[in-house]
Each structure stands twice: as structure tokens, then as C-alpha cells.
Design a protein around this ligand. Structure first.
Ligand SMILES: C[S@@+](CC[C@H](N)C(=O)[O-])C[C@H]1O[C@@H](n2cnc3c(N)ncnc32)[C@H](O)[C@@H]1O
Length: 244
């Protein structure tokens, strides 16, 4: 049971993914992405095979999870929006090794088995930085030894002095895609908790992960805005004993 000071990450910040209109338009707009490419990248970087137990956090409409389900033993897909989980479960009913749960980074389903791999795509930035660290602590405890995590997210990989120029370029690109995609990029920048690569990298180290790979190579023109990390658990975190 969490204390009342603990962050409630079921509350949507920025884009409201509990709104069915928002979910439908997200599903439609995401056709600009190459899901097969992204899913193959996950399979490869996380070494997922037919024996792997996998967790997708912030699964959205479930497209990646449905592709990965074909290649792994079992996949759990969770999202903080109950409406998103209902939408995804209706879309992918036929896969017996894919389970959807209404759950979040900080409130994952109890009794999950030990995991080989976790991935999270464009969702981690919904947590403020301190709570990103807390989510890594939780991921560490759920993973098997040497388990891997892939994080693809809006993580700025440039120096602070380039901030205005890089963001302006990204928003211009978003606007060129139409369908209010530029507006959703703007919401991420303005209202959600996108952060810098040079801030998250020490977070990985502190929570006993090492960086296996880092890439800015994109299927969309989001160079230095979206970063993909593969990290690997290097050991358990020791229980903290407070001194009086
Ligand atoms: C931009 S969508 C990405 C969905 C999907 N991963 C994809 O790549 O298309 C972000 C998703 O993260 C979910 N989300 C936001 N905060 C979350 C949290 N704290 N825990 C789990 N899911 C969260 C939202 O409800 C939404 O479905």
C-alpha cells in the first residue's frame, strides 16, 4: 500500500488518453509510424524469443504488444487509461498469450512473474523525473538477472543552449504532418515531463542498469528529440535501512 504522498500516475497529464475521441484520433494519427519496424527493433534489442516473458508499460492501443505476442512466450500490456485498455482489448481478442491490465508505471499488477524484458514507448515522459527513477527501481525488482528494458521516448539529446531551436524544428515538422500532430508535440513539450538524455543516463546507473545501446535513428524525422535506450539490469538494488 502506498502512502498518501506517493505520486498517483493514473492521473492523466497533458493529452487526456481517457477521452475516447483522443484515443480514436491517436490510433488514426499513429499510422504515420512504422509499427513493424519498431516491434522488430524491440525484439532484436531485448533478445526476445519464444521463451520470453515481456511487459509493455503504457501500451496504448496495443499494436506493438500484438506483434510481439507472436514472438514471445507471454506478454503483459498495461496502461494508466482504463478506456485505452478497453479499446486495446477489443482490438486484440484472439491472442491467448497477451494480457491487458489497467495499471501504471508506479502501480503495476501484483503477482507478475519475473520478467525477461520490459519496453515502454512514448509513455515514460508522463512521469516527473523523480518518479522516473522510482519506476526504474520497480522495473529492476521485476526483472530477472540481466533482464533488459527498452525506452523509446521524447528524451532530448542536445545541449540546453539548443533547446528553442530544436523544439521549434520539431514542432514545424509535426505541423507539416497535419492531423493536429504538431499540437500533440506541443502538448508534450509544454505540459508533459519530457527531459534530457544527460539527466536520465545517471538515473539508469543509480538504479543498477547499464546502457547497452542508445540511438536517435528514427523512422520519423525526430532526430535528437526521440531517443531509444536499451538498458540491462546489472544487479539487485539493496534494501534501504534507515539510520535513526
Ligand atoms: C503517447 S501514448 C503511447 C502509446 C503506445 N506505447 C505507442 O507507442 O503508441 C502514451 C500512453 O501512455 C499511457 N500512460 C500515461 N501515463 C502512464 C503511466 N504513468 N503508466 C502507464 N501508462 C501511462 C497513456 O494512457 C497512453 O496510452
Amino acid at each position: 500500500m502506498n502512502s498518501d504522498w506517493y505520486y498517483d500516475d493514473f492521473n492523466q497529464i497533458g493529452t487526456d488518453f481517457t477521452d475516447i475521441k483522443e484515443i480514436e484520433s491517436y490510433d488514426q494519427n499513429m499510422s504515420v509510424r512504422d509499427f513493424d519496424y519498431e516491434a522488430n527493433e524491440i525484439l532484436e534489442l531485448l533478445h526476445i524469443d519464444k521463451s520470453s516473458i515481456v511487459l509493455d508499460i503504457g501500451c496504448g492501443t496495443g499494436t506493438h504488444a500484438s506483434i510481439i505476442a507472436e514472438k514471445c512466450n507471454h506478454i503483459y500490456a498495461v496502461d494508466a487509461s482504463k478506456e485505452m485498455i478497453i479499446y486495446a482489448s477489443k482490438k486484440y481478442t484472439e491472442l491467448s498469450n497477451l494480457d491487458f491490465f489497467h495499471a501504471s508505471f508506479l502501480a503495476l499488477p501484483p503477482n507478475l512473474p519475473k520478467l525477461d524484458a520490459i519496453y515502454t514507448l512514448i509513455a515514460w515522459h508522463h512521469l516527473p523525473d523523480v518518479w522516473k527513477v522510482e519506476s526504474l527501481v520497480k522495473m529492476n525488482s521485476l526483472l530477472k538477472d540481466k533482464g533488459r528494458v527498452l525506452i523509446r521516448d521524447t528524451i532530448y539529446d542536445f545541449d540546453p543552449i539548443a533547446f528553442k531551436t530544436q523544439i521549434a524544428k520539431w514542432l514545424e515538422y509535426g505541423n507539416s504532418l497535419g492531423n493536429s500532430i504538431g499540437d500533440s508535440f506541443k502538448t508534450q513539450v509544454k505540459e508533459e515531463y519530457c527531459t534530457y538524455a544527460w539527466l536520465v543516463e545517471p538515473m539508469f546507473k543509480k538504479t543498477n542498469f547499464k546502457i547497452i545501446s542508445k540511438s536517435n535513428k528514427q523512422t520519423l524525422n525526430t532526430n535528437r528529440i526521440v531517443t531509444i535506450y536499451t538498458i540491462q539490469k546489472t544487479g539487485k538494488l539493496n534494501e534501504y535501512k534507515s539510520s535513526k
